[in-house]
Design a protein around this ligand. Structure first.
Ligand code: F6P
Length: 364
């Protein structure tokens, strides 16, 4: 009798609403429909490198559809092809991919499902080239993965930020202030754009459109003169002033993508106060955007992505990420995904709509 197919699943990179919902969908379908064995890899690629595996049963994934975070744990520094190892005070990077692949073989894993963002999928692509049967599932609140119109977690993050902007309106209106909401998005401004429009932001600043302080200030002044004595600014953490730089908060040396941004809202608040004389306050949404339960849209999307990943395994179609296209799913070769972030196109219809109702993007 042929032995049971044994698949492994890992979640890697920043956490994101919906990770557990994908784990649940993969595990339930693999076990109930196909009689497979499912192995959870702990802490993303760290588990592959340091042999951290445990079996997942139906019972363990029951009741986690709505649970935030990931029951498997994650790491946004582990990378089998560039693993940081401490040598005294220094950090050295080593290629430990052979160990990781050998660990998968020892565990008799037939296929690995990698759930993560661009960094995770780039590593998945390398593993695939090195002969590991891999299926990728795109995850990130930033929504910036190529060849998928949507990543899970994005919709929930936009909803959380929108609620935050709604609440900022109260103080903005009562105190006649400029309230600045800083959201995640290092290179791509999807969260700022969607939540900014949903929350009725007056100025939306995204990394794709370098802003000028003159335009931002003019908008605030115009609103004041017309009797609207408050303004709401929504800014992506990676927004850049014309001819200027991003605001870097921290460098995480061990990470493949070491730059951590944050703090642009405070810089903007100080500049707006100085240039307009109007009181300004900054709020950083931060990791609240990644925490907690996925919304209904993300629960549906993750269930579809997880079950579809098992379909690919059954059909032996490896080396693909499952992308969203219109109302359907497409298999995208991992090679095509590994080509930088998906930015907001400058002619995006939502930018045009927002501009047509007077929203400023700091460029005019
Ligand atoms: O890519 C997801 C993301 O949430 C970015 O938007 C953000 O810049 C980064 O991760 C924050 O990373 P960390 O959790 O390491 O601070």
């Amino acid at each position: 009798m042929p032995s049971k197919k044994r698949i492994a699943v890992l979640t890697s990179g920043g956490d994101c609403p919906g990770l557990n919902a994908v784990i649940r969908a993969v595990t339930k379908k693999a076990i109930f429909e196909h009689g497979m064995e499912v192995i959870g890899v702990e802490d993303g690629y760290e588990g592959l490198i340091y042999n951290k595996f445990h079996k997942l049963e139906g019972l363990q994934v029951s009741g986690i559809l709505t649970l935030g975070g990931t029951i498997l744990g994650t790491s946004n520094t582990a990378n089998p092809y560039r693993q940081a190892v401490k040598r005294g005070k220094e950090i050295e990077f080593q290629d430990v991919s052979k160990t990781a692949i050998a660990n998968l073989k020892k565990m008799k894993i037939d296929c690995l499902i990698c759930i993560g963002g661009d960094g995770t999928l780039s590593t998945a692509n390398k593993l695939s080239r090195d002969g590991v049967p891999v299926v990728g599932i795109p995850k990130t609140i930033d929504n910036d993965i190529r060849h998928t119109e949507m990543t899970f977690g994005f919709s929930t993050a936009v909803e959380i930020v929108t609620e935050g902007i709604d609440r900022l309106h109260t103080t903005a209106q009562s105190h006649h202030r400029v309230m600045i909401m800083e959201v995640m998005g290092r290179r791509a401004g999807w969260i700022a754009l969607y939540s900014g429009v949903a929350g009725g932001g007056d100025i939306i600043l995204i990394p794709e459109i370098p802003y000028s302080m003159n335009w931002a200030v003019q908008k605030v002044k115009e609103r004041n003169q017309s009797g609207k004595r408050f303004s709401i600014v929504v800014v992506a953490e990676g927004a850049i002033p014309k001819g200027g730089q991003m605001v870097v908060r921290k460098i995480v040396k061990e990470s493949t993508d070491p730059v951590r941004l944050g703090g642009i809202s405070f810089v903007l608040a100080a500049q707006i106060e100085k240039l307009t004389g109007i009181d300004a306050r900054a709020v950083v949404m931060g990791h609240l955007q990644r925490g907690g339960s996925p919304n209904s849209f993300d629960r549906v999307l993750t269930t579809q992505l997880g079950t579809r990943a098992v379909d690919l395994i059954v059909k032996k179609e490896f080396g693909f990420m499952i992308g969203v296209k219109g109302n359907d799913f497409v298999n995208v070769p991992l090679d095509k995904v590994d080509q930088g972030p998906r930015l907001v196109p400058l002619n995006h219809p939502l930018i045009r709509s927002a501009k047509s109702i007077g929203t400023s993007f700091g460029d005019s």
